[in-house]
Design a protein. Structure first.
Length: 278
């Protein structure tokens, strides 16, 4: 009888482990796109609110940032996107964990109307603090007013400081503030300036849809499709408005190769994220 009981326990353990393995394999299949790519490598886990914007104390807001960084480490997301003042914290946490998660931050955020010198100075500070990717907000309002020389100067100077320091660069164009014609125009301007001034470096410079802070707007499939049609060799990042796996799949299908979202963990776990975040 004792042998029978031991055998039953042994079989139960095998079945339990087998069930867990099947569950893990199913999850691995679910987190891959149609080409077999792990979707975590699309996901830029993002938290860009100040304490005031989140209606939190500075300490509580910092704790949200730390939680976001830790989630990116634990789930091997491509990148964690945080405000410049938290870059050094992210660098320390990621290095201590011996993680490959990339650190991104925003420059001249969220308005993009700062001077070229201000953009470069802020980027240099972030580089000193250990950032890997620089997401500049393009001066889209200057573009709308026809000040193309100023916008071009920003693009060239900002891209140069990033590339010269081995960093990935992205230019946020704030699609929610632009007409279709303006989206085409500013995307073309960025791609032209990058390809003319930094030959062979286009793959290291993205055009990015949104800050997520302009009247609550984020990326749309139409915006990504439009940008992809004008970005030439520059890749496109969709940011804001991506809350679930279906949203992610639609953005990737439209041509985005990176996805910025505050719902990275929910998407990874297959949950239906709410629409209150980035």
């Amino acid at each position: 009888m004792a042998l029978i009981i031991k055998f039953c326990i042994f079989v139960s353990e095998i079945m339990y482990n087998l069930k867990n393995q099947i569950k893990k394999m199913k999850h691995l299949m679910e987190i891959r796109d149609k080409d077999g790519k792990d979707i975590t490598q699309y996901l830029d886990s993002t938290y860009l609110k100040t304490g005031e914007q989140a209606d939190l104390s500075d300490e509580d807001n910092r704790n949200v940032v730390i939680k976001t960084i830790q989630e990116a480490i634990d789930n091997n997301f491509k990148l964690v996107m945080i405000r410049p003042e938290f870059v050094s914290t992210a660098r320390e946490m990621i290095d201590d964990a011996n993680s490959n998660v990339v650190i991104g931050t925003v420059i001249d955020f969220p308005g993009g109307g700062g001077s070229t010198l201000d953009k470069v100075s802020e980027a240099e500070d972030a580089i000193m603090n250990g950032v890997d990717e620089l997401d500049y907000v393009a001066d889209y309002r200057a573009f709308q007013r026809g000040y193309l020389e100023k916008v071009s100067e920003d693009i060239v100077a900002g891209t140069e400081v990033g590339l010269n320091n081995g960093k990935m660069v992205k230019w946020i164009i704030e699609t929610g503030a632009l007409s279709k014609e303006e989206i085409e125009g500013i995307t073309s301007l960025i791609s032209d300036r990058v390809m003319n001034n930094f030959p062979g470096k286009a793959k290291n410079v993205f055009v990015k849809t949104s800050t997520g802070f302009y009247k609550g707007t984020g990326a749309t499939v139409d915006d990504v499709t439009l940008m992809k049609s004008k970005s030439r060799d520059l890749p496109v990042k969709a940011s804001g408005g991506v809350y679930n796996r279906e949203d992610l799949d639609n953005m990737v299908k439209a041509g985005a190769t990176r996805i910025g979202t505050s719902r990275a963990y929910d998407i990874y776990k297959g949950k239906e994220g709410d629409t209150s975040g980035y």
